[in-house]
Design a binder for this molecule. Structure first.
Ligand SMILES: *Cc1c(COP(=O)(O)O)cnc(C)c1O
Length: 397
């Protein structure tokens, strides 16, 4: 079990687990002749709504679309400010911009990497209309505090649940606490449909608005228009988008969701094993899941402080890659991104905790596809790289 053995295949970050059921369903869907939005999307929506314990869900092309349509359905637009975290994928911030609103960042709590409610409070202005917390890595945000703030200031609360399909907070499921919950089924996420997203909403009217906006602003979708169940008429009631999920994508999702609990148990095991492997090493492991919460274990992020580890984050990534292990970065602080700096004038010192975390964080590859052999390969490579920091191991590379 020598981690530097190059005969071992490269471990790709975020490898999805696609089973025979998914493959068979996709083939059946292709043979059915209905590959656009149709009955399989309906089934997937019902299954997802049941999983979340809500009356309905709207399947979309992506979580990016889910975030944008949630903002639009809530009436957020030009002149409004939306508060979110700097430690997120750019899609969260871009959705706010595409809604015509102004993104405003509040810093994170370093221990959880989630939005700090006190920082959110400081950023609230008379123009603030909405708040988008991200359950980072699958760890639930401080929802009690964020919900109280939203109520107090009448903000629309949109949960970015891209990492958080399985996440729970004191018995409440991620996505059901805010006004909207937005999910991603991108290939690296815990449940995938290749590309895909889902919206759930507290208000039935909001969910209907999302459905209409996802179908060009038409009040009835093609499945009903062209099939035997509906009338051929529709009305365009908004300038909408083309953001629907297809039956081909839902074919994958139906069977992915059926395995979500088994995969979660596997993820938890791997996550805890990685944590064990870091014991005694000069890095910061992710905190254990808080009491009365369920972590989705989407990402395992450790922090590497060069002054303690003797190696910086980028060097760690490079050396892991040489050992055949693909790590990733989630994320550089949004205050470091050139476009946002130019347009919004964001500066590094705006969110110091996110800045530091973004420069030190690295995500180990974590897939329920891994057997014991892969898990031990990753754990042992981490130890090899960190126990022989800067210089000591360079002869071997
Ligand atoms: C992946 C991701 C998104 C975007 O999801 P897509 O389905 O790729 O559009 C949004 N927010 C976060 C936090 C993500 O990780």
């Amino acid at each position: 079990m020598d981690p530097s053995n190059h005969a071992e295949p490269f471990l790709v970050f975020g490898q999805p687990v696609i089973g025979e059921h998914e493959i068979a369903e996709v083939v059946e869907c292709l043979r059915s002749g209905w590959i656009g939005r149709g009955p399989r999307v309906g089934r997937f929506e019902e299954q997802f709504a049941a999983f979340k314990g809500v009356p309905g869900a709207a399947a979309l092309h992506s979580c990016s679309a889910a975030l944008l349509l949630s903002l639009r359905a809530a009436g957020v637009g030009p002149g409004d400010e939306v508060i979110t975290t700097p430690l997120t994928y750019c899609a969260t911030i871009n959705a706010i911009i595409h809604a015509g609103a102004q993104p405003v960042l509040a810093d994170i709590e370093p221990a959880t990497m989630n939005l700090d409610p006190a920082a959110v409070r400081r950023m609230i202005s008379p123009r603030t209309r909405a708040l988008i917390p991200v359950h980072f890595a699958g760890r639930p945000c401080a929802m009690d505090e964020l919900m109280a703030l939203s109520r107090e200031h009448q903000l629309t609360l949109i949960e970015d649940c891209a990492h958080a399909v399985e996440t729970e907070c004191r018995g409440r499921k991620a996505g059901t606490m805010g006004d909207f919950g937005c999910f991603s089924f991108y290939p690296t996420k815990n449940v995938t449909t290749s590309e895909g997203g889902m919206v759930i909403a507290k208000s039935a009217d909001h969910l209907t608005a999302v459905r209409i906006l996802a179908a060009q602003g038409m009040t009835q979708d093609a499945w009903k228009r062209f099939s035997s169940v509906g009338s051929p008429h529709y009305a365009v009631v908004a300038a909408g988008f083309k953001y629907n999920m297809t039956d081909l994508e839902a074919s994958i999702g139906i069977h992915q969701l059926a395995r979500v609990e088994a995969n979660w148990k596997r993820r938890e095991r791997i996550w805890l094993r990685y944590r064990e492997a870091l014991a005694g090493l000069p890095v910061t492991p992710p905190a254990l899941a808080e009491q009365e919460t369920r972590h989705a274990y989407h990402l395992f992020c450790l922090l590497i402080d060069e002054r303690e580890a003797g190696i910086d984050r980028d060097e760690f990534l490079a050396r892991m890659r040489k050992l055949g292990i693909g790590c990733a970065i989630h994320y550089r602080s949004a205050t470091e991104e050139p476009y946002y700096r130019e347009v919004f004038g964001w500066r590094e010192e705006d969110c110091p905790e996110a800045l530091r975390t973004g420069r030190q964080t690295v995500s180990l590859p974590l897939s329920p596809a891994y057997g014991e052999r892969e898990i031990e390969r990753v754990a042992s490579a981490v130890r090899t790289v960190l126990l022989r920091p800067a210089g000591a191991g360079s002869a071997a590379s």
